[in-house]
Design a protein around this ligand. Sequence first.
Ligand SMILES: *Cc1c(COP(=O)(O)O)cnc(C)c1O
Length: 459
Amino acid sequence: MRYISTRGGAPAVDFTEALLAGLAPDGGLYVPESWPQLSHEEIAGFAHQPYAEVAAVILKQFAGGALTDDEASHATEAAYASFAHNAVTPLVQIAPDQWLLELFHGPTLAFKDVAMQLLAQLYDRALAERGRKLTIACATSGDTGGAAVEAFRGSKRVDLVVLFPHGRISEVQRRFMTAAPEENVRCIAVDGTFDDCQAIVKALFADQTFAREVDLSGVNSINWARIVAQSVYYFTSAVALGAPEREISFSVPTGNFGDAFAGYVAQQMGLPIKQILVATNSNDILSRALATQVYEKGEVVHTQSPAMDIQVASNFERFFFERVGRNTSLTVKSFAEFGATGRISLPDQGFHWITDDYPGVSVAEGVTAETMKETLAKTGMLIDPHTAVAVAALRMGDHGPIIALSTAHPAKFPEAVQAATGRHPALPARVGDLFARPERITRLPADIEAVKAFVRAGR
Ligand SMILES: *Cc1c(COP(=O)(O)O)cnc(C)c1O
């Protein structure tokens, strides 16, 4: 299996090269040359397999010759052994025809662990094989950074630098990053928004001299292997509810469009997904784009669901590329225009029908809070504000059987949950002394040169 760039200006690479590079050298995102196809029987067969085995089958489809069957199985077994639930991502019913898919049983209580735990296994193997060492730069709206720290801390082959927006993430999120004592992990609190952090990381990659000097790699949701890891739970959950005989819909709380794109991938591979609800908070660039065919950046506003306080959804470029028939010149032109003006219109050819299959739904803050309260009253369960955005979105329509992705444990956002429900969500015992451990943080301005100097200094 080969990977090409959405911008058409980079040579095709294999799975491992796409993994280690993150972003393609022409500034595009890697996508597979073609979509692997799973038969009806193969998909139905997933119903009887443990999560790690399904993950190994899907990983192999995308890795091609880059991994043996044994290597794929070893990586997925090791990755998902760190999860506190036997089913890895269990389904919980909340109403007739409505389920939550709990993606937060990993070490940092959010769905980012599902991909990051596997990514660390794949990096380790690939770097050991090549005798290489890398610097991973990671911009985070809160959860990716913690998941990356937990996955890579102590690694002998990876230096990890995490950038998060100062004061805009929850204390639990921050401590999952800053309380790691290992020297190979360094955290920067940037005076700015998540979009500023993401722009800095993109600029580090764009400076090819610097990128080569520090051997830069990226594990943001642009990293292709993360999308692969996330497509797995669409299969396991849909199959548990009767797919491929029955069509299932998903409601996906969305920021960078990584999780939603993973659903698209599962669909391309043959999983009968009826609809993917693209649920956003009031940072609604995606829901607006899908409703109006205009993709236009707005101001980032601070919400109860900070992991989705994003106005530039990196993975949207992959979806765009697909929808315009993989037209690289149109993709280059459109995203250059978006970079310059913050606005593009989405061509009719790929997008006029989109609202039927990928409806965009923006959920107001009050509705999110009300949904947390109502879910507690109706099910006895506390849900986190990101999950609540997905649940609120699915309640706005009649979709048949539908699964809301539950992307974080409520204890990761205790203030918002307490304010909405009057209940304090307890941290699971497995996170231990998180609040007692000392933090290590460097505060920097949203300035590329300052970040470069910091990255160089710690190597
Ligand atoms: C990252 C994150 C999201 C958004 O996922 P994307 O793949 O960026 O769309 C939603 N909820 C939580 C809790 C997250 O950490």
